[in-house]
Design a protein around this ligand. Structure first.
Ligand SMILES: CC(C)(COP(=O)(O)OP(=O)(O)OC[C@H]1O[C@@H](n2cnc3c(N)ncnc32)[C@H](O)[C@@H]1OP(=O)(O)O)[C@@H](O)C(=O)NCCC(=O)NCCS
Length: 109
């Protein structure tokens, strides 16, 4: 679980204004954004409600920290997990994820 305090910085509105609407928009954007990363339950304990409980607890903790929204990423081929999150009220939205590896993921043995 993560809270990103600088998710958007001092962002103006779409017209570049930092007036009332811009302040309102940037104020909302400055609220911490909540993320769930790498949720997993041991294979021997899956299907017993633990995953649901972990998500609900993370949501409560992030809400208490002032996060207006929880986000997470799932690989598109992981359809059963997407269904798991949909049952918990999560909806998909289109975005392009980008990353750059700064070190090799090969393991020297
Ligand atoms: C996703 C995960 C955390 C769910 O944990 P869990 O403890 O099994 O979840 P729950 O027991 O609360 O399951 C809730 C419901 O979703 C279903 N479900 C959960 N994971 C599922 C899966 N991988 N495939 C099919 N159904 C799944 C359960 O059958 C249950 O359905 P029901 O309410 O109709 O009985 C677990 O499957 C897991 O660790 N998967 C591997 C790691 C992973 O892919 N994590 C997601 C990365 S973002």
């Amino acid at each position: 679980m993560a809270k990103d305090d600088d998710a958007a910085g001092d962002v103006p509105d779409r017209q570049g204004r930092r007036g009332a609407r811009g302040r309102q928009r940037s104020g909302w954007l400055r609220r911490p954004q909540g993320w769930i990363h790498y949720l997993a339950v041991a294979a021997s304990h899956r299907g017993t409600g633990l995953g649901t409980e972990l998500v609900r607890r993370a949501e409560s903790m992030l809400a208490a920290l002032g996060c207006p929204k929880v986000q997470l990423q799932v690989r598109p081929e992981n359809t059963s997990v997407i269904e798991f999150y949909e049952r918990l009220g999560y909806a998909t939205y289109q975005a392009v994820s980008m990353g750059k590896r700064l070190e090799s993921d090969e393991i020297d043995l």
